[in-house]
Design a protein around this ligand. Structure first.
Ligand code: DAH
Length: 360
C-alpha cells in the first residue's frame, strides 16, 4: 500500500470515529488545516520533478477531495443526529394531564383571610397594626386594665395560669388582646389609632368556643375622641366587613373594668334560616364589646386623663368569620383537615382590598 493510501485510510477511520462536530473539526484541521497531514503532502509537490508531479498531483488532489467530501458527509450525519437527540429529549407529551399551578393548590385559612380583611378596612381608616406577646404578666392582662386585685372579674375569664416564678408571680396565657392597649400607650404618644389582631386563650371549649381563639382589639386615643366616633367607626367597619350597606347596630350598656361607659354592640340580623343574614330581619346578635377608655387605664399607662381620652373595642375574629362565611362549627378551624380547608379556604394571592373586593 502506498503512503498516500495509508494516509487516506487513517484519515477516513478518524472521520468515521468522530463522535460529535467538535471532534470532526479537529480531524479536519489535522488533515486539511495549514499544518495538516494532507497539506504537508501538497507542499512536497513544488520540489518534485515535472514527471513526478504529473502522477502525484492528481493523486494528492483526489485525496484532498475525498477527505473533504467524507468530512462534509460525516458533518451532515452528526448534525442530523444532534437534532434527533434534542427532539427526543425535549419531546412534549400533549396527552399528559395538565399539572395544577402550585399557586392554585394552597389555601388561605379563613382566620388569616378575615384578619387580612379587617386590617384592610382599618388601614383604610388610618389605623395601624400592633401586636403583643401571647404569654402575659398578670399586670398587663389584668391590673393595668383596672381589674382590682381579687376582683371577681379576674375569674370571669377562665384564665390559664402558669406556675408561680421565684417572686411568686404567675404569668398567664393572655385572655384577651386588651393588654396590647397598655403596651402601646406606654411607648407611643397620642394620637394613637391601632388595631391588634391576635391569639387569646380561655378554658372553654364547645362548638362555638375553643381554648385558643382570636380577637381583634381596637384603640383610639387623642384629645377629642368621643362616643359618636366610636359608633361611627364600628358601623363603618360592620358595613365594610359584612359587605352589606344597611347594617343596623344597637349599643347596650355593659361592664368592662377598662372602659367607662362600657357598651356591648348587637347587630340586626335574620336568624330564621340555617345561616345568619345581616341587613334584614328583626333579630339582634351580640358581636363585640367596647367603651370609652377608663381614666384609671390611661393614668396607669402614663397618660393624663384630663388631656387624653379615647375608645376601645374587642371583637371575636373566629365568631365573625363563622358568621360571614356560614361555618356552623368552630372546632374544624383548628383541626388541620385538608378537606375542610379546601372547602372553606381562600385562594392565595387574592388579597383582600377595599377597592378589589374583600372576599373576592
Ligand atoms: N377584652 C374584652 C373581652 O375579651 C373585650 C373588650 C371589651 C375589649 C371592651 C375592649 C373593650 O377594648 O373596650 O371580653
Amino acid at each position: 500500500m502506498s503512503d498516500i493510501e495509508t494516509l487516506e485510510n487513517s484519515i477516513m477511520v478518524e472521520i468515521d470515529g468522530a463522535e460529535d462536530e467538535n471532534a470532526l473539526e479537529a480531524v479536519r484541521v489535522a488533515a486539511l488545516g495549514k499544518k495538516g497531514s494532507i497539506s504537508a503532502q501538497m507542499k512536497t509537490l513544488g520540489k518534485m520533478s515535472p514527471e513526478e508531479r504529473h502522477t502525484m498531483g492528481p493523486l494528492l488532489n483526489g485525496l484532498k477531495a475525498r477527505a473533504t467530501e467524507a468530512i462534509n458527509t460525516r458533518k451532515d450525519v452528526l448534525k442530523r443526529a444532534g437534532i434527533e437527540m434534542r427532539l427526543a429529549s425535549e419531546r412534549v407529551d400533549v396527552t399528559l394531564p395538565v399539572r395544577p399551578n402550585p399557586l392554585e393548590v394552597g389555601r388561605i385559612h379563613p382566620i388569616s383571610q378575615v384578619m387580612d380583611e379587617i386590617t384592610a378596612i382599618f388601614s383604610d381608616m388610618g389605623f395601624s397594626v400592633a401586636e403583643g406577646p401571647d404569654i402575659e404578666t398578670d399586670y398587663y392582662n389584668f391590673t393595668a386594665l383596672n381589674f382590682p386585685e381579687g376582683h371577681p372579674a379576674r375569674e370571669m375569664h377562665d384564665t390559664f395560669f402558669f406556675n408561680s416564678d421565684k417572686n411568686g408571680e404567675r404569668r398567664v396565657l393572655r385572655t384577651h388582646t386588651s393588654p396590647v392597649q397598655i403596651r402601646t400607650m406606654e411607648v407611643q404618644k397620642p394620637p394613637i389609632r391601632i388595631v391588634i389582631p391576635g391569639k387569646t386563650y380561655r378554658q372553654d371549649s364547645d362548638a362555638t368556643h375553643s381554648a385558643m381563639f382570636h380577637q381583634l382589639e381596637g384603640l383610639v386615643i387623642d384629645e377629642k375622641t368621643n362616643i359618636a366616633n366610636l359608633k361611627w367607626t364600628l358601623l363603618e367597619f360592620c358595613k365594610a366587613f359584612f359587605e352589606v350597606d344597611n347594617i343596623d347596630l344597637r349599643f347596650r350598656p355593659s361592664f368592662f373594668p377598662f372602659t367607662e361607659p362600657s357598651l356591648e354592640v348587637d347587630i340586626k340580623c335574620d336568624r330564621s334560616g340555617a345561616e345568619v343574614k345581616f341587613g334584614q330581619g328583626e333579630d339582634w346578635m351580640e358581636i363585640l364589646g367596647s367603651g370609652m377608655v377608663h381614666p384609671n387605664v390611661l393614668r396607669g399607662a402614663g397618660l393624663d386623663p384630663d388631656v387624653y381620652q379615647g375608645f376601645a373595642w374587642g371583637i371575636g375574629i373566629d365568631r365573625i368569620a363563622m358568621l360571614k362565611y356560614g361555618m356552623p362549627d368552630l372546632r374544624p378551624f383548628f383541626e388541620a383537615d385538608q378537606r375542610w380547608i379546601n372547602h372553606y379556604g381562600f385562594r392565595p394571592l387574592d388579597m383582600p382590598t377595599l377597592f378589589g373586593g374583600l372576599s373576592g
